[in-house]
Design a protein around this ligand. Structure first.
Ligand code: EPZ
Length: 416
């Protein structure tokens, strides 16, 4: 288990060019299998989750190589349609391959994805929708066996605007016969990026970013070159890293228009923000103010993925903040670790009451999942003394070379 060692108290100020979005590149890499040829995916971040996804592509028989910031996927020799248990256990979000593999092979076998540290992560909405599109699905011996001689479009209503379910329906629908309509679709910017990628391949997807997505099935898709959108969660994490230390930071290659709810909360906490088309300049006060209530919601609401890093901000703010986590049932694991650093946080079910303290102390803490790990990094940057953070393999799933970016802005952080 790798460690990050942070000597807190340094102001985090400078400029960061934001990495490509993990939650856009994963479904887009999966979607490359739906065309026969070589896809070039640019602005692809160097992450453990990207490595696992390219491993799935290789196991399916695709050729994968990296050239600079691009990943090149050659699907011409793809010969398999199964994702085995070890890969699925490694990364449950590989379930996003289901719609893509069925589209290409008319069958797919994937191991049940199971849960993860933040929740059970059911896929009932995915399977219900695919069945509505003519996919025969058998769940047996821990595997999901799908066959779909003919994928047919359908009118699908999602009980919850699930990001993954929306993506799987899009992937299954682009080459289905007829029209697929998704109502109560997820509206996340990563869904828009996936839809833009599919349309560049020759698909006909409309309404991405709204609650109703319409897909006209087409015969064939082409492999294309595509540049991934910036990662809005990583961007907000670096804004938090600077804000908690009273710094001034400029983010480039970022989409402020995707970050409205997060920027609103930061402004409420007292930072000054200047936003341009693809950059954000933030100046933080000496001490942040508490935020009355933060409730995580599907986009365009406040993202669940930034709940924990922003809770670290509240832990040192003036006043009391309340965080309500409505999306995942176990996304407060960072609280025990923040408490070891002197944070005053009380959990009541899905709510956490955060009473700001004047200072946090360095301690030995452990990341239990990706964003909770990022929250510990944010807290450690402002804590007095040295913090050792274990579980860097979780943080590296979503943050490219986090110590390099933070060191470039004045933080004292090293990896062991
Ligand atoms: C995506 O997960 C993201 N992951 C998550 O980011 C993100 O937190 C989440 O969307 C919400 O925005 C990727 O894109 C790879 P959901 P996903 O389906 O698709 C319930 C990170 O840190 N649900 O929108 O799995 C589910 O239990 C990760 O980068 C069902 O009940 O999220 C949860 O309560 C973490 N049945 C809620 O919906 C289903 O069939 C949201 O899940 C599917 C989901």
């Amino acid at each position: 288990m790798g460690k990050l060692i942070i000597d807190g108290g340094k102001t985090v100020s400078g400029e960061i060019c934001v990495q490509g979005a993990k939650n856009a590149v994963l479904p887009i890499l999966a979607a490359t299998v739906m065309a026969d040829g070589e896809s070039v995916i640019k602005n692809c971040p160097r992450l453990r989750d990207v490595d696992k996804t390219t491993l799935v592509l290789e196991r399916l028989g695709c050729g994968v190589k990296r050239e600079g910031d691009a990943v090149i996927v050659d699907t011409r020799d793809m010969h398999d349609c199964e994702i085995c248990e070890d890969l699925m256990r490694e990364m449950r979000s590989s379930i996003i391959f289901l719609g893509a593999i069925i589209s290409r092979c008319k069958r797919a076998v994937v191991s049940m994805p199971g849960g993860c540290p933040i929740g059970l992560r059911p896929i009932d909405l995915h399977l219900k929708a695919l069945r509505q599109m003519g996919v025969e699905i058998r769940e047996e011996h821990g595997y999901i066996k799908c066959s779909a001689p003919r994928l047919t479009g359908g009118n699908i209503h999602l009980d919850f605007p699930s990001v993954g379910a929306t993506e799987n329906i899009m992937l299954a629908g682009v080459c289905a016969s007829g029209t697929t309509t998704i109502s109560n679709a997820a509206r996340e910017p990563e869904i828009v990026d996936l839809g833009n990628f599919l349309n560049k391949m020759g698909a006909n997807v409309r309404g991405m970013g709204t609650s109703v997505i319409t897909i006209e099935g087409v015969e064939k898709l082409e492999s294309v070159e595509y540049t991934i959108m910036p990662d809005r969660i990583v961007a907000a994490t670096y804004l938090a890293a600077s804000a908690i230390t009273g710094g001034e930071i400029c983010l480039t290659k970022v989409n402020p228009q995707d970050m409205g709810a997060m920027l609103y909360v930061l402004s409420e906490m007292g930072v000054r923000l200047h936003c341009e088309r693809d950059r954000i300049i933030q100046t933080a006060p000496e001490r942040l103010k508490s935020v009355h209530t933060v409730r995580t919601m599907p986009y365009p609401g406040f993202p669940t993925d930034i709940q924990s890093p922003f809770m670290s901000l509240a832990a040192m703010a003036q006043g009391t903040s309340v965080f309500i986590e409505t999306i995942f049932e176990n996304r407060f694991q960072h609280i025990d670790e923040l408490s070891r650093m002197g944070a005053d946080i009380k959990v009541e079910g899905r709510s956490a009451v955060v009473r700001g303290v004047n200072s946090l102390e360095g301690a030995n803490v452990v990341a239990r999942e990706l964003r909770g790990g990022a929250a510990l990094v944010v807290a450690a940057l402002a804590a007095s003394g040295t913090t050792t953070i274990g579980g860097t393999e979780f943080i590296d799933r979503g943050y490219e070379n986090i110590e390099k970016y933070l060191t470039s802005c004045g933080a004292k952080i090293r990896r062991e």
